[in-house]
Design a protein around this ligand. Structure first.
Ligand code: CO
Length: 302
């Protein structure tokens, strides 16, 4: 590959409390705008203790964004103002385009051992699509292609294309790619990425090397807590790896193998006005949204 992407930042996800008191880890969020444009937020909820998540995310609005929920263990029961109601089970996803507005609730439940594990990613919408009609896609586990590659590598294709196989989520305005990659010990995954797109990995299990050139100078410090780049640059679970520009990435699994989410998307490059679950371009639009919510005129869909 001509121009391998180098690591730009490495950051451990941070414990956060969200919703009605859900204890989760946030890989990135409000204070990182616009570094991950078009993505706004990534939450990792993983706990064996129901008290950490059972309060859930009761009825709340969204406008101007897409929320992408991916469940690995346990389940998330949901219901929304469009009349959708269902359960997101292990291996399944909900790709919700809030557009001009949706009100929903998301209530997690553990499996038989009390374990809940899942992720919620927020993707921004450009001004041209912020007020589109809401759209909702429920993806069952057997709709997500699982590519078993040589040497035990496995990739679940949620969105995007790999080896000619396309994921089930298509026609998304920020042209995202969302892969769930598992590599056995010592194996290397090379992957082409579109130059100019934002690319990040979030390590969910094991450890790996995400930049074979291992240059500690690639790490920046801006008053945030960054990982101390170990001499072998092995990055372990609950860690975000943000790449600089280039046309490909390369990841090599460490001694226990590695599993990570690999996400890329086309930056929007517009101003971001963000308060809670609503993300618009201007403060005026935010004010309108909250006024409408108070007055009961927030919902535009039938
Ligand atoms: Co929500």
């Amino acid at each position: 590959m001509a121009n391998l992407r180098r690591i730009k930042k490495v950051r451990k996800s941070m414990p956060t409390i969200e919703g009605a008191g859900v204890h989760l880890r946030r890989a990135f969020g409000f204070q990182h705008v616009p570094e991950l444009d078009p993505f706004l937020l990534l939450d990792d909820f993983h706990s064996e203790k129901p008290e950490d998540y059972i309060m859930g995310f009761p009825w709340h609005p969204h406008r101007g964004i897409e929320t992408i929920t991916y469940v690995l263990q346990g389940e998330v029961r949901h219901e929304d103002s469009m009349g959708n109601k269902g359960v997101i089970r292990p291996g399944e996803l909900q790709w919700m385009t809030a557009g001009n507005g949706i009100i929903h609730q998301e209530m997690p439940q553990g499996d038989e051992n009390g374990t809940l594990w899942g992720f919620q990613l927020w993707a921004n919408l450009p001004a041209s699509h912020k007020m589109m009609n809401p759209r909702y896609r429920e993806i069952k586990s057997n709709q997500v292609p699982e590519l078993f590659m040589e040497k035990g590598m496995k990739v679940r294709i949620i969105c995007g294309e790999l080896n000619g196989i396309e994921g089930p989520v298509q026609e998304i305005v920020t042209d995202p790619e969302y892969l769930d990659v598992t590599l056995p010990v010592g194996e290397t995954f090379s992957h082409i990425t579109i130059p100019g797109y934002t690319v990040f990995a979030y390590v969910i299990d094991g450890s790996g090397n995400f930049d074979r050139e291992k240059d500690p100078c690639a790490f920046e410090v801006e008053g945030e807590r960054y990982l101390d780049p170990a001499e072998d640059c092995v990055i372990d679970k609950e860690t975000l790896v943000l790449y600089g520009d280039g046309d490909s990435i390369e990841v090599t699994a460490g001694e226990r193998g590695v599993r990570f989410l690999l996400v890329s998307g086309k930056p929007i490059g517009e101003p971001v006005a963000w308060y809670g679950p609503i993300v618009m371009n201007t403060q005026e639009e935010l004010k309108t949204a909250f006024e409408e919510y108070r007055k009961g005129t927030f919902i535009k869909h039938p």
